[in-house]
Design a protein around this ligand. Sequence first.
Ligand SMILES: NC(=O)c1ccc[n+]([C@@H]2O[C@H](COP(=O)([O-])OP(=O)(O)OC[C@H]3O[C@@H](n4cnc5c(N)ncnc54)[C@H](OP(=O)(O)O)[C@@H]3O)[C@@H](O)[C@H]2O)c1
Length: 230
Amino acid sequence: METALITGASRGIGREVACTLAAEGWRVLAGVRNPNSAPADTQIEVVDMADADSIAALAQRLRVRNQRLNALVNNAGVYRKESARQIWDVNVLGPLRLTRALQSLLERNARVVMVTSGLGQLSSQPSSLVKRLSDPKLSLCDLEYLAEEAPGGYGESKATLNALTRVFAKQLEPQGILVNAISPGWVRSDMGGLSAPRSLQQGAASVLWGVRLPPGGPSGGVFQDGKPIE
Ligand SMILES: NC(=O)c1ccc[n+]([C@@H]2O[C@H](COP(=O)([O-])OP(=O)(O)OC[C@H]3O[C@@H](n4cnc5c(N)ncnc54)[C@H](OP(=O)(O)O)[C@@H]3O)[C@@H](O)[C@H]2O)c1
């Protein structure tokens, strides 16, 4: 049985992704803050993606039981918050810390999806950020340092998540692991609001494309509905 860990599985797109995979027979580890919010037929894994200790504790629990993963979906995200700090903690530092901590548990040929946004398009970001993110020598350390600074809001955080995707894709290539940033489009979730044109199912389908990529598929890219968007 294949196993996937999905963060932000309590509601919205993450919940839809978790339920779809569970219905298809995957073992789904539902990363949630409130254990009562996990969907049925999933295994509850409490994690606060803004909290380094909580992420480390989850990784340690999985390591102790030698929990191998075929897919990791870094979906948890926040849009409007009181501070840039809160946005960058969940949208950038969380995926960076979790993916780094779980690297050794990823199966050969596993898939990693970073749920990004069209608002993270590099060309829409301030030139100072574009310059830093375009550095071909960009490392995880550089990105962690940048995220500690939290320079900007939601769009900047997702542009940085896209760069993080490229760095992990390069790092995990020898194990055949494909790492992609995938936008769900503008979706009718709590975040997207009622006037969004796309359903939860459409958003989830875009994300699931990255989970189901065949061996030799793309890695390090930014996609929506299976098409490159950057
Ligand atoms: N909706 C859109 O139109 C849209 C467009 C582009 C990209 N996205 C991206 O798609 C992803 C999912 O968004 P959504 O629309 O499903 O949003 P949503 O309905 O607001 O759900 C957000 C999810 O993230 C979780 N989360 C928030 N802060 C967390 C934290 N500190 N630790 C752990 N989990 C946390 C929430 O858990 P709780 O229930 O515990 O709060 C919830 O499960 C996000 O990365 C978002 O940026 C969405």
